[in-house]
Design a protein around this ligand. Structure first.
Ligand code: SAM
Length: 196
């Protein structure tokens, strides 16, 4: 990355998030960030693949959103939408994007991913990052198949850290013709799916 100050600022944000989560009493109050190596992995994929239409499901306070937005920072034809059901978290994400000068690259949508995915247009996404309510992913799969363009990529976090919660989704993907999927031991486990 050309600007080392971004990496330093991302590292500081991640460390603040980890300190916050260590003392947060309830899971609902935790940030639950991806790991820094997962951030670098997402950055490499998005920087190299140049997807025009990127969707993140699960903004939290914007740590993973920043990695994705940095990868798109000078791609005027690309745009990132990020969904989160929790408006308070998205307000913090908005402030973080402003701090990085990336607010214009991202639409933050405070909404439940389920109805949003069901209503979205067919073939409207080139890259999807899933990091939200894992038990609902299997129900999202018919919509995700419809939304992803041929050649599109989907990355799901927590494939190893929460394998049981992700199992129904992973099994459904593997049983679907026309996709190639693999889990990589990066961070909490990245399940990567490409649509042929
Ligand atoms: C693990 S955190 C996301 C962390 C973020 N990707 C990062 O690494 O910085 C999961 C987020 O998903 C959101 N979420 C949970 N269920 C959701 C749903 N049905 N629709 C949209 N967002 C949801 C939660 O509010 C939470 O902020």
């Amino acid at each position: 990355m050309q600007e080392p100050q971004w990496l330093e600022a991302l590292q500081r944000l991640w460390e603040e998030g980890e300190r916050h989560d260590a003392v947060a009493l309830e899971r609902a109050h935790k940030n639950l960030f991806i790991t820094p190596d997962t951030g670098r992995f997402l950055y490499q994929l998005v920087r190299s693949l140049r997807p025009a239409r990127v969707l993140e499901v699960g903004t939290s306070v914007g740590y993973s959103t920043l990695w994705l937005a940095l990868a798109l920072r000078d791609r005027s034809a690309s745009h990132l939408k990020s969904l989160d059901i929790d408006p308070a978290r998205q307000a913090q994400a908005s402030a973080n994007l402003v701090r990085f000068g990336l607010a214009g690259r991202v639409s933050l949508l405070g909404t439940d991913a389920g109805p949003w995915l069901a209503a979205a247009q067919t073939n409207s996404l080139d890259f999807i990052f899933l990091d939200a309510d894992r038990r609902r992913y299997a129900g999202y799969w018919p919509h995700l198949q419809r939304l992803l363009v041929p050649g599109g990529l989907l990355v799901m976090d927590n494939a190893l850290s929460h394998a049981t919660e992700c199992a129904e989704f992973v099994d459904a993907v593997i049983a679907t013709k026309g996709y190639l999927a693999e889990t990589y031991p990066i961070g909490k486990g990245q399940f990567v799916i490409v649509k042929d």
